[in-house]
Design a protein around this ligand. Sequence first.
Ligand code: UD1
Ligand code: CA
Length: 452
Amino acid sequence: MPPRSSLTIVLAAGEGTRMRSSSPKVLHPVAGQSLLAHVLGAAPGGAGDTLAVVIGPGEEAVADETKRLRPEAATYVQRDRLGTAHAVLAARQALARGADDVVVVFGDTPLISPGTFHRLREPLNKGAALAVLGFQAADPTGYGRLVVEANRLLAIREEADASADERAITLCNAGVMAFDGRKALAIIEKVGNANSKGEYYLSDAVAVVRDLGLEAVVIETSEDEVRGINTKAQLAEAEQVMQARLRKAALDAGVTMIAPDTVYLAADTSFGKDVTIEPFVVIGPGVSISDGAVIHSFSHIVQASIGKHASVGPYARLRPGTTLGDGARIGNFVETKAATLDAGVKVNHLSYIGDAHIGANANIGAGTITCNYDGFSKHKTEIGAGAFVGTNSSLVAPVRIGKGAYIGSGSVISRDVPDDALALERSEQTNREGGARRIRELKTRGKKPKGD
Ligand code: UD1
Ligand code: CA
C-alpha cells in the first residue's frame, strides 16, 4: 500500500496574551529556534505531506517565519479568534483539497517529536475517524480533560466547563489530533460554541465523532513532549526539557562536558568527534564545532563555525559570521564578528576582530582592535598570512595588512601595509626598539624589510 498522504494544520493565530509580550507567541525561542520552527520541524514532511499554518491578522512575522522554514507551506489568516475549531476552518481551502490524514497541531507545543505524529496517525489506518494525543498531567489545571469510559474516548471537557469530577481527571488533551481526511471538514464544521466562553473548541470534535457513530481513540505520550506554552514560566520549563534532551544527545555523540547542566545548546548545534565544552558555555543558533575543538568556560557563541582542534575562551564571544580555521586560538575577552580567521591564527587576549579576514598563522597581539565602524558604515580589515600585530594596535578599516607584515605595538594603522613591511605608526621608543629587533630578525632570515 502506498504511504498515506497528510495535511498538517498548525494553529498559530492565538494572541498569546498570557506571554505579556509584543511579539507573537509562536516566535518566542526555545533552544534558539522559534516555537513554530520546532513544530514545523517535527510535522510530517515527506512527499505527499502538505502543510498549512493559521496565523492571526497582521502577523506577517509569523508568515515570514513559515516561509523561511517551509517555503511550500500555505498560510491562512483567522480574522476573528473564535476558538481552535474556528481556526482550523480558516484553512478550509486546504481541508477541501483533502488528504488521507488531517493532523491538527498547536504552534505552542515545541517539544513534540516526529515519531509521535506517526503514532497518532496509525489508528486512522485501522478505521478510527479521530485520534487524540493525550498525556497524564502532573497538574491538569488549564488543560482539556479526556473523558474515557471503558476504554472509549467520549469527550474532551475544557476546564471552564468541567464538573468537579471531570476536573479530577489527569488524562489531558495535548492539543494534537489526527482526523480521517475524508471526514475532517464535516466533523469540524459540526462543532458548535455552546460553552461558557462561547468559543468553537476543537476539543468538541470528539463528541461530534461520537454523535456520528464513529470512533475516537486516545494515543498517550509523556507530558514532556506536549507541554503547551502559554506563559513565560512555561517557556522556561520547555527550555529546560529541550536542553536536557540536547545535552544528552551531545553526550551520546561523544562530546565531553563535565558539567552538562551548565552548558546551553541550540537545537541545530553540530559537533565533530572529541569536542570538549567546559562548564558555563552558551551556544546560540547556527554553530558547528569540529573535531577536537575545545570551548573553555564562560564563552558565548552564535552563528559561528569552529575548525578542528581550535580553542575558544575562556570568556570569548563569537558573534554571527565568525569562522575559525583549524587550530585557531581565541583567548579570553576576545570578541569576533563577521570574521574569518584562517588556520593557526592566534588572537589570545582582549581584542575585537570585526568585519575582518586574517590569513593563516597570523598572530594578533593583546588589545588589538579592528576599528570597523566610522560612525556611518562598516569597513573591512584584511590581515595577511603570517602577519604579526603588536599589542594595543588599532587597525582603522578599510585597511590591508600585508602577509608577514609586522605592526609595532601601540600603532594606529590607517594606511595599507605592504607584505613583509614594518609599520610603526605613532611610534614611540618601545616601538622603535621592537622595530629594530624585527628588522634584525628579517635580515637574519634573508628578507629585505620595506617601509621602515
Ligand atoms: C488548548 C485545548 C486544551 C488542551 C490544550 C493543550 C481547546 C479549546 N483547548 O487549550 O484542550 O488541553 O490546548 O495545550 O482546543 N488558536 C488559534 N485561534 C484561536 C484560538 C487559538 O489559532 O481562535 C491557537 C493558538 O495560537 C494556540 C492554539 O490554538 O497555538 C491553542 O490555543 P490556546 O488558547 O493556547 O489553548 P489552551 O487554552 O492552551
Ligand atoms: Ca496553549
